[in-house]
Design a protein around this ligand. Structure first.
Ligand SMILES: [Cu+2]
Length: 455
C-alpha cells in the first residue's frame, strides 16, 4: 500500500527529483512530466494497469501514465533539452520531456496505449515505434503514413501491444538531424504474466553518438562517421551509471543502437546469452554463450547472465569508442624519442606538449588543459588509479550483500585474499628491466598553455 501511495506521489511528480517540472496541458491531455536531471530514477511498481517488473534505465527514468477507460495514456513532449554528457560537459540536444534520451515507456503485452506527442521543436517531427507491431497508419513515417507534426501541434498514436519485447521510439522526420541531436527512447513491452521471462534485475540503454567540437555544446548534425562522443543514453564514461547486481541474481541488459555504426558490446566476467532482439524473444534452444555481442545499426539486443561477484568492465570493443573527443587527431608517437626535438619546438611554441611517446596511458593520469565544456579523452579513476577510458564504458558491479532493488554504486570491489594480480617482488634480471625504468629517462618539462592555472 505504501508503494502504491508513493507512486501516486511520483505520478504527481514529487518523487522524480527536485528539478522535475509538471506541465499540465489542455484538460483532455495527460500530464507531461518532465525531468531535467541525468540521475537514475528507478521506477516504482506500476500503480495502475497490469503488474510488471519495471526496468532500470541507466541515467534515465520511466514515463508515468494515466489510465483512461482502460487505455494507458502517455504524453511525450518533443523539445530542445540540455543533457549533461558527463560531469564537466553539457550538450544542447533535442529530446523528450526534458532529457535525451526521452523517458522509457513501459507497458504490458495486451495493453492498449494512447500516446500524445506535442511538438515543441523548431521544426516538424513524428514518432516511429521501432519494432512494434501496429497498424501501418500508427507507424510514424512522415509523408508515408502521416503528415508531419507541425511546430506547436499535438498528435495522438493509439495501438494494442501484441508482443512483449525491447523496442525504441525515435522520429521519422528529418531523422539525420533529429537523431544526431538525441531524439530517441526505449519502449519496453513486458510479458502479460510477470513470472514469465523474469529477471531479478533488468537494465536498458541506447547507444548513441554525437559530434561536438571541443569547447562547443551543440552537435554537428551532418556528421556521418566521425563522431567524437560515443555515449550510452547520451552519457559518456565516467558519467554512465554502473550496472549493479547481487551475486547469483539473473540480470538482463537491453541495448539498442541508434548510431551509424555497429558496436560489439563486450562484458567481462560472467558469460551471457542473447535472449531477445527487436523481433522478439529468442527460444531457449537457439541461444548460445557469448562474451561479446555485436549490435548492428538500428538493432536491439537483450542479453542475460547469472551475476558473479566482482567489478566487471562492460564496454564497446571498438577501442575508439571508449575515448572521448580529441582522440583521433593525435599522431602515433610510440617509440619516438622527443626529448631533443621537444626542446627545440618548445623554444618556438611555448605551449607544445609531448604526448604518447611511450603509449598513451600517461594521458589518462595527466589533467590536460582543455577548452571549457570538454571531456578529457580518457578518464575515470578506480581503486588502483586512472582507468583511462571514456565513451562507451561502464562497470557491472556484483556484490554478495546488496538489497533487492538497490541500484546505488556500491563502491570498489573487495577482492578475496589471493585473487588479485600484484607486482612480483622477487629477483628480476637487469636485462629484463624496461628502459623506462632506467634513471636517465623523463627529463622533459611539460608546459601548460597560458590562462589555465593549477594542473
Ligand atoms: Cu562502439
Amino acid at each position: 500500500m505504501t508503494q502504491r501511495r508513493n507512486f501516486f506521489k511520483a505520478a504527481g511528480a514529487t518523487l522524480l527529483g527536485a528539478a522535475t517540472v509538471s506541465r499540465v496541458g489542455a484538460a483532455s491531455l495527460p500530464e507531461a512530466v518532465t525531468q531535467s536531471s541525468a540521475t537514475l530514477q528507478a521506477p516504482p511498481p506500476p500503480p495502475t494497469g497490469r503488474p510488471f517488473n519495471p526496468i532500470v534505465t541507466l541515467n534515465g527514468w520511466s514515463l508515468p501514465w494515466r489510465m483512461k477507460d482502460g487505455v494507458k495514456e502517455f504524453h511525450l513532449l518533443a523539445e530542445p533539452v540540455v543533457r549533461e554528457i558527463a560531469p564537466g560537459m553539457k550538450a544542447n540536444l533535442w529530446g523528450y520531456n526534458g532529457q535525451s534520451p526521452g523517458p522509457t515507456i513501459e507497458a504490458v503485452e495486451g495493453d492498449r496505449v494512447r500516446i500524445f506527442v506535442t511538438n515543441r521543436l523548431p521544426e516538424v517531427t513524428s514518432v516511429h515505434w521501432h519494432g512494434i507491431l501496429l497498424p501501418s497508419g500508427m507507424d510514424g513515417v512522415t509523408g508515408l503514413t502521416q503528415p508531419p507534426i507541425a511546430v506547436g501541434k499535438t498528435f495522438v498514436y493509439e495501438f494494442v501491444l501484441q508482443r512483449s519485447g525491447t523496442f525504441m521510439y525515435h522520429p521519422h522526420a528529418d531523422e539525420m538531424t533529429q537523431m544526431a541531436m538525441g531524439m530517441m527512447g526505449l519502449f519496453i513491452v513486458h510479458p502479460k504474466d510477470p513470472r514469465q521471462l523474469r529477471a531479478d534485475r533488468d537494465y536498458g540503454f541506447i547507444l548513441n553518438a554525437y559530434d561536438v567540437e571541443p569547447g562547443a555544446a551543440t552537435p554537428r548534425v551532418n556528421t556521418m562517421l566521425d563522431f567524437n562522443l560515443w555515449t550510452w543514453n547520451s552519457r559518456a564514461f565516467p558519467g554512465i551509471d554502473p550496472i549493479v547486481a547481487r551475486t547469483g541474481e539473473r540480470v538482463r541488459i537491453r541495448v539498442g543502437n541508434l548510431t551509424m555504426t555497429n558496436h560489439p558490446i563486450h562484458m567481462h566476467g560472467p558469460h551471457f546469452e542473447v535472449t531477445g532482439t527487436d523481433g522478439g524473444w529468442v527460444p531457449k534452444s537457439a541461444r548460445w554463450p557469448e562474451v561479446t555481442t555485436d549490435i548492428g545499426v538500428g538493432q536491439m539486443r537483450a542479453f542475460e547472465f547469472d551475476a558473479l561477484a566482482g567489478d566487471w568492465a562492460i564496454h564497446c570493443h571498438k577501442s575508439h569508442h571508449t575515448m572521448n573527443a580529441m582522440g583521433h587527431a593525435v599522431p602515433t608517437m610510440i617509440g619516438v624519442d622527443h626529448r631533443e626535438v621537444a626542446q627545440k619546438i618548445a623554444n618556438l611554441v611555448p605551449d607544445y606538449m609531448v604526448m604518447g611517446d611511450k603509449g598513451m596511458h600517461d594521458m589518462a593520469a595527466m589533467e590536460m588543459p582543455l577548452p571549457d565544456n570538454t571531456l578529457p579523452m580518457m578518464t575515470g579513476t578506480g581503486p588502483f588509479g586512472p582507468i583511462g577510458m571514456g565513451g562507451m564504458f561502464s562497470v557491472v558491479k556484483v556484490r554478495d550483500d546488496l538489497a533487492r532493488g538497490d541500484h546505488r554504486d556500491p563502491g570498489p570491489y573487495r577482492h578475496p585474499p589471493g585473487t588479485l594480480a600484484h607486482e612480483f617482488t622477487g629477483e628480476v634480471d637487469a636485462a629484463l628491466r624496461a628502459p623506462a625504468a632506467q634513471p636517465d629517462a623523463g627529463t622533459l618539462q611539460v608546459r601548460k598553455p597560458h590562462g589555465h592555472s593549477g594542473h
